[in-house]
Design a binder for this molecule. Structure first.
Ligand code: ASP
Length: 346
């Protein structure tokens, strides 16, 4: 409705996390920010030519408590407000932001407006906070339209001047302001004196209206390899009742031990209908099954290669596809197909 208007309307959705905390002047304790007083806290926002409104979750959560039910509620808030706003800024704790941004990208099919996630390492109410800058940048990205069209019609993360495709990110630093990495995909935009948009990296909007997928199937597990992993550990995971998909975090270009107990365990799980999705533990680069002898066997027993997808994105994609009741060969095919720019097929 509003995407050609001069003054974009932005909905700020506060889910919880450090960014929304300010210090109570009487008690000294950190307490959640009152968004009704947004302009009092960040008066510069009044100079933006956009209308900012807010929605706060109740209760607010530390993102370590994030759950699929919350993702569904978040997707619903966006769906209910989709036609009334030009862009959305989601304030979220940094700990699981990459997971939420990833899964939301799958849940919001045909997204044609910016959904910009941001947060901070220091609370908004602290003098050196990174929250203020992240927040202002996120608003500007969410409000950025050209010729009536959003410049970044994607789920993205805006953090420390970098705008990244959400489903390509992971949190890689618990200390630095530069906390998020997009190891396998270039930036969508970068904030400096000017905001530079890298149009060639941004998804072209899909036609058709927004379709929100609200069924997520949690019958998934992550199995991370390490030297010394025992048969007991592998078996315990693969024998979980009702398990449908396993994200197998392998070494390097998708390599794994060649011990027969290991291969047989995976092979039995695959024969019983469990899909095994091979994702690398590396923060950059791609799974290439068959490149080394230590991955040929994975390919031959039917492990599905995940190319350069992140673990965060793989788990969200698996929950989404299983929720949509895909299985068998179609599930495998879709896991390997880029649906929202989350992987690159070499
Ligand atoms: N534990 C917090 C959270 O993820 C950290 C943060 O807000 O960045 O919610």
């Amino acid at each position: 409705m509003t995407n050609s208007s001069k003054n974009p309307r932005i909905l700020v959705i506060y889910t919880g996390g450090t960014i929304g905390m300010i210090r109570n002047t009487e008690t000294g304790a950190l307490t959640p920010f009152n968004f009704d007083a947004l302009y009092r806290h960040i008066p510069i926002l009044e100079t933006f030519n956009c209308l900012i409104e807010s929605y706060s979750f109740d209760p607010l959560i530390d993102s370590s408590n994030m759950k699929p039910a919350f993702w569904i509620k978040l997707a619903e808030v966006i769906e209910e407000n989709y036609n009334h706003y030009d862009g959305f800024v989601v304030l979220h704790g940094t700990d699981t932001m990459a997971y939420t941004a990833s899964v939301l990208s799958f849940m919001l099919e045909n997204l044609n407006k910016p959904v910009v996630f941001t947060g901070s390492q220091l609370p908004m109410g602290m003098i050196r906070t990174d929250g203020r800058e992240n927040f202002i940048n996120a608003i500007e990205i969410a409000a950025a339209y050209e010729n009536g069209k959003p410049i970044i019609p994607e789920v993205c993360i805006c953090f420390e001047n970098n705008i990244m495709r959400g489903n390509r990110t992971n949190k890689f630093n618990a200390e630095n302001f530069n906390a998020f990495l997009s190891g396998n995909y270039p930036l969508l935009a970068q904030v400096g004196v000017h905001i530079k948009y890298f149009n060639q990296n941004i998804l072209t909007p899909k036609s058709g209206g927004l379709k929100v997928h609200k069924k997520l199937d949690q019958s998934v597990a992550i199995l991370k390899l390490f030297p010394g992993i025992t048969e007991n550990v592998v078996q315990s995971i693969l024998s979980i009742k009702g398990l449908k998909a396993v994200i197998l975090e392998t070494y390097g270009a998708g390599n794994a031990p060649t011990d027969s107990w290991f291969i047989n365990s995976l092979s039995d799980a695959i024969s019983s209908g469990i899909v095994i999705f091979n994702v690398t533990q590396c923060k950059g680069g791609s799974v290439e099954m068959g490149k080394y002898e230590t991955s040929i066997h994975l390919e031959s027993i039917g492990v599905v290669g995940g190319y350069d997808i992140t673990t965060e994105s793989a788990i969200g994609k698996a929950m989404y596809l299983l929720g949509e009741e895909y299985n068998g060969e179609e599930l495998k095919r879709l896991l390997q197909t880029p649906l929202r720019g989350e992987l690159t097929v070499e």
